[in-house]
Ligand binder design. Structure first.
Ligand code: ZN
Length: 138
């Protein structure tokens, strides 16, 4: 079950990699099916975001079940590969932590925090507390 730290996909570590944009004009995606700037159909983009959300939900359920940590990690990793969100990165960090990948978890969480705007310059310890809260709000 253990994975070397080099197995982390680059996309999972890229902060805010997922700021989804219109593939035609690069306008920021605003959760609508048609780009307001150029009219491109963004249905496929929405499907990706929905699938990532489903994977995050499944990862959270696997974590909360308490006996499927490897499954939770695979789901959280897959979600981040599709669409990286601050919540998804915290969930991914928690799944890494639960699976004993402490250094990778710290890296993911640190990069997630660096990508965020204030009010998030909390001490790292407080952000780990938030990660813990994600798991305990099942
Ligand atoms: Zn566009």
């Amino acid at each position: 079950m253990s994975e070397p730290s080099s197995s982390l996909p680059a996309a999972a570590l890229r902060p805010m990699a997922a700021a989804m944009v219109c593939p035609t004009c690069r306008a920021a995606w605003r959760s609508v099916a048609t780009c307001p700037r150029c009219g491109t159909d963004l249905t496929a983009l929405m499907r990706v975001a929905v699938r990532a959300w489903e994977l995050r939900q499944a990862a959270r359920a696997a974590l909360c079940a308490g006996d499927r940590p490897a499954e939770a990690l695979a789901l959280a990793r897959a979600a981040c590969q599709l669409h990286t969100t601050p919540y998804g990165q915290r969930l991914f960090a928690l799944a890494l932590l639960v699976n004993g990948h402490m250094a990778e978890a710290d890296t993911v969480l640190t990069q997630a925090l660096q990508a965020q705007q204030p009010p998030f310059p909390l001490p790292l310890r407080d952000n780990w507390l938030q990660v813990f809260l994600i798991a305990t709000t099942c």
